[in-house]
Design a protein around this ligand. Structure first.
Ligand code: GLU
Ligand code: ZN
Length: 311
């Protein structure tokens, strides 16, 4: 392939630096890496440090160090969302200029009081959509508004190779969602769509906890005339109580001293069938086997066995 030819596969891993990698995020890293490498594609890493209040100092560096230690090398410079506000602002202004957005000054309580509960919490009742008066009456002049997108009456669907067909009526299931928060932080839904397009990502392999977000992202891609990448949502790792591993559920960080064992377990969880010797070999042989034998069709929506070292 000459360098002029477009890469046919460009994937990415996009961790939020809210803490160290745990087994759940490792599974996503491994799945996205293997899918990219098995397609002779590129694998990029993007640090999603949009929200300074959720960021843990040093977490981004620790995640990158661990990926390297595990032999997962990225193909281009690491991108940090905290440095890309200009891109998000530009995309937002395109939507604003087309009259597809509106300012919202509702309080958290007003929104939480919505009587309609959708698939991702309360559905915003659209109070500010048509109500200039409401804004004038309720907003203090200093309060920055949030910016919401008008979702209208559209259904958006995708056919995910692991999770099957998902169809969402964005207006009813989610409601007009926020693109730019009242505290000035760009919303994940906007930033991720802008970055995936700007980085020319063709394939997104990530955890099924984001499956509900994907129709929103396809919806925004359509409005912004971006291409829609192929999506694959991997099973979520849960702890013994059935909760998704996260900082909130106090997931244990990936053990740094035995990375092969962790990688082996991630591969098993993804439904692959590595021979036992692979656990005691070296990283090169591990990756060689894993890339050659990668078969995402073996990944089931429920995931494989949860290794006993995770909490
Ligand atoms: N930063 C998101 C997370 O860590 C992932 C975003 C994505 O893969 O689209 O949950
Ligand atoms: Zn409002």
């Amino acid at each position: 392939m000459t360098t002029r030819q477009k890469t046919l596969y460009r994937g990415r891993f996009a961790p939020s630096p809210t803490g160290p990698l745990h087994f759940g995020s490792l599974v996503t890293a491994v799945g996205s890496y293997l899918d990219a490498k098995a397609h002779q594609g590129e694998w990029l890493v993007r640090i999603e440090d949009l929200d300074p209040l959720r960021e843990v100092p040093g977490a981004a560096r620790d995640i990158l160090t661990l990926l390297e230690k595990m032999g997962m090398y990225w193909d281009s410079n690491v991108v940090y969302q905290s440095q890309r506000h200009a891109y998000y602002r530009e995309a937002l202004s395109i939507l604003v200029k087309q009259g597809l957005t509106y300012n919202c000054t509702c309080s958290r309580k007003e929104i939480a009081d919505s009587s309609v509960i959708g698939i991702d919490g309360p559905v915003y009742p659209g109070t500010c959509r048509n109500a200039k008066k409401h804004r004038q009456l309720t907003s203090s002049p200093k309060k920055q508004p949030a910016v919401r997108i008008k979702t209208g009456d559209q259904s958006v669907g995708l056919n995910d190779p692991v999770q099957g067909v998902i169809v969402q009526h964005i207006g009813n299931d989610i409601g007009d969602f926020v693109l730019h928060r009242a505290d000035g932080v760009f919303a994940y839904q906007l930033a991720v769509v802008v970055d995936d397009a700007e980085q020319a990502i063709t394939h997104i392999v990530r955890g099924a906890d984001l499956l509900n977000s994907t129709p929103r992202q396809i919806f925004l891609q359509n409005l912004l005339s971006y291409a829609t990448p192929a999506y694959m949502h991997l099973p979520i790792v849960t702890n013994a109580k059935g909760e998704k591993l996260s900082k909130q559920t106090l997931a244990t960080p990936v053990e740094q001293n035995n990375v092969l064992c962790q990688l082996f377990a991630a591969l098993k969880f993804l439904g692959q069938n590595p021979p036992d010797e692979l656990r005691d070999c070296n990283l090169d042989s591990f990756w060689q086997w894993a890339v050659t034998h990668w078969n995402p069709a073996n990944t089931t929506a429920a995931g494989g066995k949860r290794p006993d070292f995770i909490t």
